[in-house]
Design a protein around this ligand. Structure first.
Ligand SMILES: [Zn+2]
Length: 449
């Protein structure tokens, strides 16, 4: 069998003097990544656009037009995939009645998210990983629920990515649970995502990561004529809402501003994405979302979950939130003809490999500590065995304080290690790794006295 080896992210991006760990691709994930099809993504978007408008306030009674028809079709696709899942995938439309809010909802609506759950195979593993996109869209006027709004890229692209991941992944079995969701109400004020994130918080769902995909299938900007389908952005916030009081003091004292859970997730998405998806660079942006703008990951972030936004490198505002029209020889509107389905394929594969690697990983090592009993230039770590999964061992991750990415991975099968790197000069984390090389999210050590 042909063996493929790839180097860690740091080699490509920083080319630092550190030696690099060689990591083998998991053949199962590599195979799934190969199955991501630009044709299938294009066909989903063609169908979504054909619903005329998917504005959240649009009709739900028409079988061919409006948000109601669109969400029924998405449910139908999930149910079709479920047939090949051996009963592991189940789907439904999770609805609430949303009352007029004096803002972007002017009449009572039946707000619905289409949720497909691929139940984890390990009954002791309650971890959940979420991929999200929004089905709804808008014209120039967000309250216009009647006129045509194609929404091919915003957010046909994210919805198509969710469907494609569900199609491929539902044929496989993972220890942890994956939720594929297309929400509505994003343009009306993140309503669908807020509904789901609040529910997850209230019901104590163990969501370890949310990948929100919004506007990810077009490769060019309007002003600069930049065309580039080799880069994608992942936005993450520094702090979590739980980082208050003593925790906040500790973050300041230890300089852990870039080691919050969303940023760790972003770093993970970059590393795993670049491991499995060729010719794609994942560009981390150190803010929760684009300048003064928002998205569906934010309600999760506000409920204390790790959530990031995945979005294209260059946005084209001629095609975003615009009525379809021609003005001064410029074609406005979010039309399919402006999409790059090969780019969308890579960005979908980025989601798939991350969801698969997370859902196949053992659970995060508990009780990770760095010992500070005496002053030493070594760093001494200990942790407990991960509760779930087939554990091969653990990686100690190391990076310089100014490095955005992990630069070294040191493998051990023990649950403690002493390393000749001073804790004054480096950041560390520990992650568990499965027999097939799938890493958990990293855990930043607490203080051990
Ligand atoms: Zn959007």
């Amino acid at each position: 069998m042909k063996k493929l080896f790839v180097l860690t992210t740091a080699f490509f991006i920083l080319q630092q003097s550190f030696s690099q760990t060689i990591i083998q691709r998991d053949p199962e994930i590599e195979q799934m990544v190969k199955e991501v099809s630009s044709d299938s993504l294009q066909s989903y978007i063609k169908t979504l656009v054909a619903f005329g408008t998917r504005n959240t306030l649009s009709t739900q009674g028409d079988p061919k037009r409006g948000i109601g028809a669109a969400r029924n079709w998405v449910l139908g696709k999930f149910n079709q995939f479920a047939k090949e899942s051996n009963g592991r995938l189940t789907a439904f439309i999770d609805t609430i009645t949303y009352q007029p809010d004096g803002k972007r909802v002017d009449h009572a609506i039946n707000l619905g998210n289409v949720v497909a759950t691929l139940k984890g195979a390990d009954p002791n593993d309650n971890r959940i990983f979420v991929i999200s996109g929004h089905m709804d869209n808008m014209r120039t006027n967000v309250m216009d629920s009647v006129g045509d709004a194609p929404g091919a890229n915003d957010d046909g692209s994210g919805s198509a990515a969710v469907l494609e991941c569900a199609r491929i992944m539902s044929k496989h079995s993972f220890p942890a649970t994956i939720i594929f969701v297309t929400v509505s109400g994003e343009e009306q004020g993140l309503l669908g995502a807020t509904f789901m994130a609040n529910k997850a918080k209230k019901e104590n769902w163990n969501i370890e990561a949310v990948l929100n995909n919004d506007i990810m299938g077009s490769n060019n900007s309007n002003e600069t004529n930049i065309i580039d389908n080799t880069k994608v952005r992942v936005f993450s916030e520094a702090f979590s809402v739980q980082d208050t009081g003593r925790k906040a003091l500790m973050i300041r004292q230890l300089g852990l501003e870039n080691d919050g859970k969303a940023r760790q997730l972003a770093r993970y998405v970059k590393e795993i994405g670049e491991r499995y998806v060729d010719n794609l660079q994942v560009v981390m942006v150190y803010r929760n979302d684009r300048f003064l703008r928002g998205g569906d990951h934010t309600p999760y972030v506000e409920n204390g979950f790790a959530a990031v936004r995945i979005t294209e490198m260059n946005e084209n505002y001629y095609h975003q939130h615009q009525n379809v029209r021609k003005e001064n020889n410029i074609q406005y509107g979010d039309l399919q003809e402006f999409m790059d389905f090969e780019y969308l394929r890579k960005n979908t594969a980025l989601n798939l490999c991350n969801l698969a690697n997370l859902a196949k990983s053992p659970s995060m090592p508990p009780d990770v500590k760095i010992e500070v009993k005496k002053l030493t230039n070594n760093s001494i770590f200990s942790w407990a065995k991960s509760a779930n999964g087939k554990i091969k061992g653990y990686y100690i991750l190391i990076r310089e304080t100014t490095s955005p990415v992990w630069q070294k991975k040191i493998f051990t099968t023990d649950t403690n290690i002493t390393l000749p790197y001073s804790k004054d000069n480096y950041f560390f984390a520990v992650q568990s790794v499965s027999e097939t090389g799938n890493e958990s999210l990293p855990v930043v050590p607490g203080i051990g006295r």
